[in-house]
Every structure is written in C-alpha cells, then in structure tokens.
Design a protein around this ligand. Sequence first.
Ligand SMILES: O=C(CO)COP(=O)(O)O
Length: 140
Amino acid sequence: MNIAFIAHDKKKDDLVRFTMAYENVLKDHQLFSTGTTGQRIMKETSLDIHLFKSGPLGGDQQIGALVAENSMDLVLFFKDPLTAQPHEPDITALIRLCDVYSIPLATNMATAEILLSGLKRGEFQWREIIKRQEGNQNES
Ligand SMILES: O=C(CO)COP(=O)(O)O
C-alpha cells in the first residue's frame, strides 16, 4: 500500500513515536511524506520514505495529486487544530480530495491506531481491487 505521513509542527513528535511503534508494519509498504515530517521520521526510524516538498511549500498539494490519481491508499495527517497554518487552503484541499476519492484519512493518533490495526489485518485489500478496476477502465 502507498501510505502518506504529514504532521504539523506541534504533532511531529507524536507522529514520529507512532511510526516507531508501527515500524514493523510500515516497513512493508511504500511510504511518502511532506518534507520536514519525513526527515524527522527517517532520522528516528529505519523507514525509507519518499520526501515531497515541505507542506507550506506545496507538499500537501503533491500528496493531493497522488490522491487524485488514486495512487495513495492511506493518509496519516496529524493536524494541529490549535494553530493557524499559512497554507490552510492546501490542507483543506488535501482533506477534500481524500473525501472525493474515499481514501482512508486519519487526522489524529486515535484514528491512525485504528486504521493501522486494519492495515495489519489485511483490511485494505479493497484498495487493490479498486485500483485494478480503475486500471481496466483506463485500458478500455
Ligand atoms: O505543513 C505540513 C502539512 O500541512 C507539514 O509539512 P512538513 O512536513 O514539511 O512540516
């Protein structure tokens, strides 16, 4: 599965700890992240992550583009609801695209835990079916 990590500054410690706790599960997937978040995770874990630009410089939009292409299967976005972000429109756009394409999105650690439990149990296989169907439609 293709999994994206994003965390606002005050939530980065939480996301780093979360990825450390689930490193064994996450290492078997293709991982993506906004720039600063991904650098922090790679420093503290042995996970290999494709880094996009930093969020305020377009990283959320780059991840959104993959969502729009149906190439992202899970987005873990640890949002800070108490701090205004200069790139709020980009954040809203990413969340909107996850809803448009029914992509599982966790905006806090409690939801992320539940989604990771599902991932561990193989409950994300429906994503492969959807991607296969979409591939067939593009061919015909
Ligand atoms: O701002 C962000 C998401 O909106 C996160 O970006 P960074 O990972 O580059 O800090």
